[in-house]
Design a protein around this ligand. Structure first.
Ligand SMILES: Nc1ncnc2c1ncn2[C@@H]1O[C@H](COP(=O)(O)OP(=O)(O)OP(=O)(O)O)[C@@H](O)[C@H]1O
Length: 223
């Protein structure tokens, strides 16, 4: 369902950031994206979101070439993808409920539908009782869970995460990554960029490793 075929990316005036990347993920699969700082992990995720354009090669999602989407179709395409960042980009002056509801408000759903979807998303991330709280009153791990609830509230087919555990301790990183694995168990395709080698070893999932823009062939995990 996700296919990078000889994908190369260069930013204007720069050398190639991704070089002839070939990556295949089946629907419902979960994989980790690793590599040193500057290897191109965020760029690869941005190509998938159509936040950046492929320079050469083909990127297909569900068999459709992503570069052929007209600009007016990009928002609908992006709604099929949930994204979680390291800095969860929460609106600090809005409560947890409003932060999660934000992406649903553009979708023409009734107030009641929004209410029930947000409640369900908060339950899934273990924050069912924090809907009325402001983000500042939550721990770092709980704030990251709000970011995850916001990413999954519209039940995306694909969930992307860019260093979602970057500033969390080991125990919280384990909780967050296990949460991603739960979504994968329920059929979502999940790709997580991470620096955290101990989590990579623990999870035993397929790994795509980037080094200076080149992708190494995925290996099945050891666990
Ligand atoms: N908009 C941009 N314009 C020019 N160069 C860019 C741009 N975005 C990223 N780069 C460069 O592309 C390279 C890859 O960056 P990218 O953010 O994809 O790496 P990364 O593997 O995600 O790194 P990190 O782990 O530090 O987040 C870096 O050398 C970066 O400076």
């Amino acid at each position: 369902m996700i296919e990078f075929i000889n994908v190369t990316k260069h930013y204007p005036g720069r050398h190639h950031v991704l070089r002839e990347v070939n990556l295949h993920m089946r629907k419902g699969e979960m994989a980790l994206l690793t590599g040193p700082s500057g290897a191109g992990k965020s760029t690869l995720l941005k190509l998938l979101l159509r936040l950046e354009e492929v320079s050469h090669g083909t990127l297909r999602v569900n068999g459709v070439d992503v570069s052929t989407f007209k600009h007016r179709h990009i928002p609908a395409y992006r709604r099929r993808i949930g994204v979680v960042f390291q800095d969860h980009k929460l609106l600090m002056d809005r409560d947890v409920f409003s932060n999660v509801a934000l992406t649903l408000r553009v979708g023409g759903l009734s107030g009641r539908q929004i209410q029930s979807r947000v409640r369900a998303a908060l339950e899934k991330v273990g924050l069912g009782n924090r809907a009325q709280d402001l983000p500042a009153t939550l721990s770092g791990g709980e704030q990251q869970r709000v970011g995850i609830a916001r990413a999954i509230v519209h039940t995306p087919e694909i969930l992307l995460a860019d260093e979602p555990t970057g500033n969390l301790d080991d125990a919280l990183s384990t909780e967050i990554l296990d949460l991603f694995r739960d979504f994968h168990y329920h059929g979502t395709t999940v790709l997580v960029a991470t620096h955290d080698q101990s989590q990579v070893d623990r999870l035993g999932l397929p790994v795509f490793h980037l080094e200076r823009g080149r992708l190494h062939i995925p290996e099945e995990g050891k666990a």
